[in-house]
Design a protein around this ligand. Structure first.
Ligand SMILES: *Cc1c(COP(=O)(O)O)cnc(C)c1O
Length: 416
């Protein structure tokens, strides 16, 4: 089905996710990583239930779920994950959400500090169970150059490695918890295979150090991720053909019993798994000239895609060339419909002679698309989301947010 047919049928703006691409990305990632690696899908990237389900059921084992809120928990359960398939992470886990996660069967938590561990222990004890915990570690040193760094510096994430020896005795005492391993997530969107492998190698040495500090074998080491993918621009998902061998060498050296499953190895990914499954089709509403610049105004902006742009990270969106892409392009700012100058998807995109009614497609919109957008701002309806597989439509849906006066407006009758 062409994008024109899809938009005619389901309207614009329109997200289209292709599940065949989701399973292809999973298969590739499973190939790049050491044999037997558990892959956690970070639902943050795209919590659509059909997308998450495709990853859960992908041939070759499928993913587990990495979640960080009750909303993501609900999305994981809706995709058929059991609570036992979930790793619950995040620096601000409240008592309420911990209770909800435990009630849903979640038993594996990433721990950001001693107090976080105490909160988990209290919730688990109240639930009459013991939670398995991975100590998230903020390494004292870092190795690779990437766009987002979350380790080696002061951070709300992770336990500072240099403090661990002094804290470990207290951590072991926390009732309702069992420390079974370590969790790392030192970087996102690595620049290239060398920096990714460099970071993983470094992480493996730190994991071995954590094992020494704990004085007991680790059962599970989640090495994190950093697998890259294009975002809102043309391109291809990178390959990591040397990663498996390099990482296996590091594991053989520093965690020599990993092949027997002590520890089991896990990694995490959002963008690599789902970035290239999605496209956002939108429509040119208006083309206007202002003081020598062309503004192409679309029916979708940061309310539909990449709302983090509104927080100062301007996206270098490049649209797909038109099918008859020989015509000379015109350089234009791509603006959304919102009443804020922040609603720009690109300052300088090249479009083939844009006119109202034209379709514009933002490629690689499957990760951090709708879910990372400012969908409430300005109150426009969310784009429709169509899921396809093998060229056939799997589902059509639209997110809706509505204010529920329940219980009624009277503050005296409000209860949660
Ligand atoms: C955001 C996040 C991910 C996913 O990151 P990607 O760059 O999309 O792969 C995985 N794990 C944790 C802990 C995260 O915060």
């Amino acid at each position: 089905m062409t994008r024109e047919e899809l938009v005619r049928r389901f309207g614009s703006p329109l997200y289209v996710y292709d599940l065949d691409r989701v399973t292809a990305a999973y298969r590739d990632l499973a190939d790049w990583m050491p044999e037997g690696t558990t892959i956690y899908y970070a639902l943050k990237a795209n919590p659509h239930p059909d997308v998450a389900r495709a990853l859960r059921t992908a041939p070759g084992g499928g993913c587990h779920a990495e979640i960080s809120s009750t909303g993501e928990l609900a999305a994981a359960l809706a995709a058929g994950f059991a609570g036992a398939d979930c790793l619950y992470t995040g620096p601000g886990k409240t008592a309420g959400e911990l209770a909800e996660a435990l009630a849903a069967g979640v038993r594996l938590f990433s721990v950001e500090s001693l107090t976080d561990l105490e909160h988990i222990g209290a919730a688990a004890t109240a639930h009459g169970t013991v939670a398995d915990c991975l100590l998230r570690v903020n390494s004292a040193t870092a190795s690779a150059a990437t766009s987002i760094r979350m380790t080696g510096a002061p951070s709300q994430f992770g336990n500072d490695m240099e403090e661990l020896p002094a804290r470990v005795a207290a951590m072991r005492e926390v009732r309702g918890t069992r420390i079974i391993g370590a969790h790392f997530f030192p970087l996102s969107n690595a620049a290239d295979e060398d920096s990714l492998l460099g970071e993983f190698r470094h992480t493996v040495t730190v994991a071995a150090e954590v094992e020494r500090v704990l004085g007991a074998p680790l059962e599970l080491v989640d090495l994190g991720g950093g697998f890259a993918a294009p975002y809102g621009v043309p391109g291809t998902r990178p390959g990591y053909p040397s990663l498996r061998k390099g990482l296996e060498e590091a594991l053989d050296r520093h965690l020599p019993r990993w092949r027997e499953g002590t520890p089991r190895i896990a990694c995490e990914s959002g963008r690599y798994l789902v970035s290239d499954c999605g496209e956002l089709h939108c429509t040119v509403v208006n083309v206007k000239e202002s003081r020598g610049r062309t503004f192409v105004i679309l029916d979708a902006g940061i309310n539909a895609f990449g709302g983090m742009a509104g927080l100062g990270r301007l996206l270098p969106v490049q649209v797909k060339p038109a099918p008859d892409g020989d015509a000379p392009g015109r350089r234009a700012a791509l603006a959304g419909p919102l009443c804020t100058p922040g609603d720009l998807l690109a300052r300088d995109a090249e479009l083939p002679d844009p006119a109202p009614g034209d379709l514009v497609t933002i490629p690689h919109a499957g990760a951090y698309g709708l879910t990372a957008s400012l969908s409430l701002f300005l109150g426009r309806p969310a784009p429709t989301e169509v899921v396809i597989r093998g060229g056939e439509i799997v589902s059509v849906s639209r997110l809706r947010s509505q204010r529920v006066y329940d219980p009624p407006r009277n503050p005296d009758t409000w209860s949660e």
